[in-house]
Write a protein that binds this ligand. Structure first.
Ligand SMILES: Cc1ncc(COP(=O)(O)O)c(C=O)c1O
Length: 411
């Protein structure tokens, strides 16, 4: 992609592309710091979906009429955009799903018949529930054993413990690329190398990483990688399961129907080729086109510019909150995305979030779908600010001011 010309990173131009940023919340300009839960959508995504619905909508793949062909072309172009974005070997390695959660469930269900009692699945305590519960299903249904890797003091993955946990019964390592609570970035390349040497499959949950890190599937060499469109400035209802060809082919289809078949008779069914054999039923067509538009839009920027901007916002916020007495940050590794989870002595995270909302600042508070991590950190919940491409330094100031007000009221 080095021959590509990128846009200048101009924050005001970027913000003008997000209609929702015009909103006022409780009489104050919206400061949206809940990007790790779901990001806002630029006009490029909104209009790609609306234009398709207005001008060229039909079901994909099955028709021979013009609208069906045009829609199929756009849908498959979106798959091509994902393939290029991930540097995946082929479009066949890109399965559209309804989100990261569905992608992980497709892998777990697809592997179920191959799991014997006592087979081990390695996870970490920083995983999102979406990368825990499908493996609990295999524990409940197939007798799989879940092995949990704990963290370093700074909130990094204990790599020595991971290495020691891999043994002859290990079948799969399932880890997040970047934690949605701690922001910790895991060394996926090192992990997949360890796994490959031991003949173990790897599934990487890229839900948070996809919007902050440079992704190269060939280089990372994981067997499976999943993410959701809605955190990448795209729509909900669409996500991606990337898999190496052999790994995807080894999965038994999770759902039946629609395009996933080659032939069906009263006696038997034969399955379509990849990626269609894992895409049962009418797919989320407009959502896939929206995701393609989001990736095309996102890719007009130099990733380094986005990273530098978000890192600077995080550093500014980190500096600002350091003056607040009793505030504790969770996750302080050197390699960390722009996510700040914190608690404040004497204040419940839900109250912090409610007070911040009065000042227009959208924070998340709760367990962030990471209860094993919460119990590991001995808290029931944290508050979280997560930064995205359109956030500004003025907004970081608003966030700090809102926190100071929350402190005065609660502590
Ligand atoms: C790290 C991580 N994994 C998985 C998910 C689940 O994503 P979705 O609900 O879009 O399937 C999330 C969403 O917050 C996440 O942050």
């Amino acid at each position: 992609m080095s021959s590509m010309t990128y846009r200048d990173f101009d924050i005001e131009t970027i913000r003008a592309e997000f209609p929702i940023l015009q909103r006022q919340i409780n009489g104050k300009p919206l400061v949206y710091l809940d990007n790790a839960a779901s990001a806002q959508k630029p006009e490029a995504v909104i209009s790609a979906m609306a234009d398709q619905a207005r001008t060229a909508y039909a079901n994909v793949h099955r028709g021979l009429h013009t609208l069906a062909n045009e829609t199929t072309d756009r849908y498959e172009q979106a798959r091509k955009s994902v393939q290029t974005f991930l540097n995946a070997p082929s479009e066949k390695n890109i399965v559209f799903t309804k989100g990261a959660t569905e992608g992980i469930n497709i892998v777990a269900a697809g592997l179920a018949e191959t799991i014997q009692p006592g087979d081990e699945i390695i996870l970490s305590v920083m995983e999102h529930h979406s990368n825990i519960i499908p493996w609990h299903f295999l524990r409940e249904r197939c007798g799989a054993v879940l092995k949990w890797i704990e963290l370093t003091e700074e909130g990094g993955l204990d790599m020595a413990a991971l290495e020691a946990a891999i043994g002859p019964k290990t079948r799969l390592i399932a880890l997040s690329h970047m934690s949605n609570v701690l922001g910790t970035v895991n060394d996926v390349k090192k992990i997949t190398a360890l796994a490959r040497a031991a003949g173990v499959l790897t599934l990487i949950d890229g839900c948070q990483a996809v919007v902050h890190l440079d992704l190269d599937m060939i280089d990372l060499d994981c067997d499976f990688y999943v993410f959701s469109g809605h955190k990448l400035y795209g729509p909900t209802g669409i996500g991606v399961l990337y898999g190496q060809t052999e790994a995807l082919e080894a999965l038994r289809p999770f759902q039946g129907g629609g395009e996933m078949i080659e032939t069906v008779s009263r006696e038997a069914v034969t399955y379509n080729e990849l990626p269609y054999r894992l895409e049962a039923g009418t797919p989320p067509i407009l959502e896939a086109i929206g995701l393609g538009a989001a990736i095309d839009w996102f890719s007009t920027f130099k990733l380094k510019d986005i990273q530098a901007h978000e890192d600077a916002l995080y550093a500014h916020a980190r500096e600002g909150v350091s003056a607040i007495n009793g505030l504790k940050i969770y996750g302080e590794t050197a390699d960390k995305g722009p996510v700040m989870s914190f608690s404040l002595i004497g204040a419940h995270p839900h109250d912090i979030s409610q007070i911040a909302d009065k000042y227009g600042v959208a924070l998340r508070a709760g367990h962030h779908c990471a209860q094993p991590l919460m119990s590991y950190m001995e808290v029931s919940a944290t508050a979280r600010a997560s930064f995205g491409i359109y956030n500004t330094h003025k907004e970081v100031d608003n966030f700090i001011e809102a926190l100071e007000k929350a402190c005065k009221m609660l502590v």
